[in-house]
Design a protein around this ligand. Structure first.
Ligand SMILES: *[C@@H]1O[C@H](CO)[C@@H](O)[C@H](O)[C@H]1NC(C)=O
Length: 172
């Protein structure tokens, strides 16, 4: 059932340019009116490069999805990523993140699990694994892009973006 809706969603996305909806532009990224919440790591939590850290993300259930997919990123920069950095595939744009921890899916209402369930902890990349050069005074955020499929029904997909600043340090 989910598979079918996935195909449908892809098909709709694929067909979107041809259907010529006057508004919005097919390439427009819809921002979800509600966001989930990062419970762990906590704001400004100290984490060491290469070390395991507790992870907990509370999805937003405002549209009662059967499945709640989300992708977790480490971003580098003084400010967190913004909705404009989310691409049409629901990923952060190249250059907008330093590391991707991957995509996880919360199955709800007792539905069978699809994809990878969110783990209780993640492993921070080492400095060598970062896609951007680490500088001593760099600021980092842990960011989550949550995907809301067909929610509301006339919008194929909306995205929510939340970030918490974290304090990353090199192991001594
Ligand atoms: C992220 O979005 C901001 C605001 O639109 C933009 O200035 C910045 O260049 C974007 N970063 C990337 C890597 O796309």
């Amino acid at each position: 059932m989910h598979f079918t809706s996935l195909i449908l969603t892809s098909l709709l996305t694929f067909l979107a340019p041809a259907t010529a909806l006057p508004s919005p532009e097919p390439s427009e990224i819809w921002q979800s009116p509600y966001n989930g919440a990062l419970i762990a790591p906590a704001q400004d939590e100290a984490i060491i490069f290469g070390a395991e850290f507790a992870f907990e993300y509370s999805i937003s259930d405002w549209c009662e999805p059967g499945y709640a997919p989300f992708t977790v990123y480490l971003t580098e920069g003084v400010t967190p990523p913004v909705c404009a950095n989310v691409t049409a595939d629901g990923a952060l744009a190249d250059g907008a993140f330093a590391f991707s921890f991957g995509k996880f899916v919360v199955a709800r209402f007792g539905l069978p699990q699809q994809g990878v369930p969110p783990p209780p902890s993640l492993v921070m990349p080492t400095v060598e694994e970062l896609l951007v050069a680490a500088t001593t005074d760099a600021k980092y955020y842990l960011s989550v892009v949550e995907e809301f499929d067909s929610c509301p029904g006339h919008i194929p997909v909306e995205y929510g973006l939340v970030s918490v600043p974290i304090s990353l340090s090199i192991p001594v």
